[in-house]
Structure formats: C-alpha cells, structure tokens
Design a protein around this ligand. Structure first.
Ligand code: GLN
Length: 182
C-alpha cells in the first residue's frame, strides 16, 4: 500500500511515521512529478498553514489533479489545515464550511479526548490554532465528532476531515480508518 502525503509545508512527517508503523509505504508529494508517479492508494493532507498550502498547490500545478483524484474516489484524510483544504471554497471536495482559527488566540492550542463516530471513545484530540466546522452542507457528509458543541470531524464517503491532529498523539485509529478505505 502506497500512501501519498502532501509535503509542501506543515506537519507531514508525523503522519508518515504513523502510516509506516501501520505498515504502509509513504510518498512525499512536493512537486507535480511526485504526484504523477502515482497512482496512490490514499492521500493525507496535513496540518500547517492552509493559505500557504493553497498557494503552493496552485503554483505547482497540483491543485487540479489532486482535486480530481479526490473527487474521483481517492481516500483522503485531511487534518487541521488539511481539513480546510478539503472544505467549501478551497478544494471543495467535502461539503463543509469551516471557520479558520476558530478558537482565537488564547485558546489556540489545547488537548482533550472525545468520541468519534465509527472510531470509538477516548480519542485523543490535540488542537493547534484549529478550525472547526461551522456547517455540514449536504446529506452526503456527516459530523462524526463534536467538542463543546462545535463539529471537529466529518466524514463524506472516502473523505475524513479532523480539526485536530491525530498524528501527534499515540492513537492510530483514524489512520487505520484511512487504510481500511483503500
Ligand atoms: N491555523 C491554520 C490555518 O488556518 C491551521 C492550523 C493547523 O493546521 N494546525 O490554516
């Protein structure tokens, strides 16, 4: 199994480490030719800075091929900035509207545990200047986790988005879910 990890910017190495521990091969996508060396079985869009990532995706000619692959059924896990990339107004493959930096400056980073539908209870959740999902825009998409009344994870078929960073905690269930979709 070969999983592409977008490696333009942000926290991609931690995702690779988790996926490798689970027995998957990872390929860093830094340029168009890395993407063209596919196809891959799944894709991870890591956290970081969504504005920077969007600009680089456009400049490198990666935006449209990646969008089309996801729209065509490629399993994807987007975390934090990666969730923003999947949302309406960005790649737009997931029917979610997100609010960036939704927790303000003071509460920018925090840790909690919670339930994720289809995953289980006691899922560790590390938030770093995180977005949350303001609205799920279609019946194809559903909220799978909430913290303090805000949606922090969603699933739309082969697409999983989390506002938190599962790659930073010692719990591989979300990555296992991605692998199970391959
Ligand atoms: N604040 C970042 C953004 O808006 C996301 C932060 C993260 O990915 N940890 O893109």
């Amino acid at each position: 199994m070969r999983i592409a990890v977008l490696a333009l910017q942000g926290a991609f190495i931690e995702h690779e480490q988790v996926l490798q521990r689970l027995g998957a091969e990872t390929v860093e996508i830094r340029q168009l030719r890395d993407w063209q060396a596919g196809p891959y079985d799944a894709l991870v869009l890591p956290g970081g800075e969504s504005t920077v990532q969007m600009r680089l995706l456009r400049e490198l000619g990666l935006l449209e091929p990646i969008r089309q692959a996801i729209a065509g059924g490629l399993p994807v896990l987007g975390t934090c900035a990666g969730m923003i990339l999947l949302s309406n107004g960005y790649l737009g493959t997931m029917d979610i509207r997100v609010r960036r930096n939704a927790y303000g400056r003071q509460l920018g980073s925090f840790h909690t545990v919670g339930a994720v539908d289809g995953i289980g209870t006691d899922v560790p959740m590390t938030f770093i200047r995180a977005p949350y999902i303001e609205e799920v825009l279609s019946a194809d998409c559903r909220a799978i986790a909430e913290v303090d009344g805000h949606i922090v994870a969603a699933r739309q078929g082969h697409q999983i988005a989390t506002a938190f960073h599962p790659e930073l905690d010692d719990d591989t269930r979300l990555h296992q879910l991605l692998i199970s979709l391959c």
